[in-house]
Design a protein around this ligand. Sequence first.
Ligand code: SF4
Length: 114
Amino acid sequence: MKKVAVVGCGSYMESGYGCPGEWRCLKAAATGEGKFEEPSSVISFVTCECPGRAVIPTLGMAAKLSEMKPDVIHLSSCLATAKPACPYNKPEELAGMIEEKTGIKVILGTHDYH
Ligand code: SF4
């Protein structure tokens, strides 16, 4: 089974309205729906914190402490398709930076649930 890490928008998650951490990302991963190509095991769920500079070291720390390297990293739908958009980083740019630093493919989004 594919091992995935998910990055959620911490600013949105903390607002408490439909936080991606409650079930949406996890169901999509478990069932292989939305942006997941197949049922996948979420081995880490990392929250971005404004202004987003810590995401890459946080992903690295999660991999180090868990001793599990993800096969793919998903930016959660709340991060990748946020409206209003993240004021600090375009999702495509953030994905590019993560890919460059980690060498791991980054996919924009996780689920299509409402
Ligand atoms: S930097 Fe952007 S994506 Fe990260 S927590 Fe702040 S608003 Fe969300």
